[in-house]
Design a protein around this ligand. Structure first.
Ligand code: FEO
Length: 168
């Protein structure tokens, strides 16, 4: 059984993950509007991944005898100055999410909630991977700077991303 505090904190994380999905869908739409369909595809896959994260936590709350509460999702930004600016914001967002996951782990440890702590370890590893992936894409954007042919190639590369839900 989850404590009330843990249940509330996990529900807040569901909301963050839903917001993240919305945030990346907004970025996908921005890239569609400037005809970078590969970048749009990458963001769409990212949005699907965040939705998977939200549902994973929601399922856990219910599995532990709690109740998933759907709060309002905040409006994400919709315009950026450049592709580089978008990916810089992605990295900052993922760093923020890493901090939130770490705080959830701290709370689980404070409450001696071992099951939630074990559950959250998946997200701890996932955040390491997410930050590394986004950092890698960001490095490429910085490398190509204003080079339009470089942007064309990078867009093609980002267009190959497919989201495959991991096995539970
Ligand atoms: Fe669900 Fe990108 O963290």
């Amino acid at each position: 059984m989850l404590s009330e505090k843990m249940e509330k904190a996990l529900n807040e994380q569901v909301n963050w993950e839903m917001y993240s999905s919305y945030f990346y869908l907004s970025m996908s739409s921005y890239f569609e509007s400037i005809s970078l369909s590969g970048c749009a595809n990458w963001m769409r896959a990212q949005a699907q991944e965040e939705l998977f994260h939200a549902i994973k936590i929601y399922d856990f709350i219910n599995e532990r005898g709690g109740r998933g509460i759907m709060e309002a999702i905040a409006k994400p930004p919709s315009d950026w100055d450049s592709s580089l600016a978008v990916f810089e914001e992605v990295l900052a967002h993922e760093q923020k999410v890493t901090g939130l996951i770490n705080s959830l782990v701290d709370l689980a440890l404070d409450e001696r909630d071992h099951a939630t702590n074990i559950f959250l370890q998946w997200f701890v590893s996932e955040q390491v991977e997410e930050e590394a992936t986004v950092g890698g894409v960001l490095d490429k954007f910085r490398l190509i700077a204003e080079d339009k042919s470089g942007l064309f190639v990078l867009d093609q590369e980002l267009g190959t991303r497919v989201f495959t839900p991991p096995a539970k």
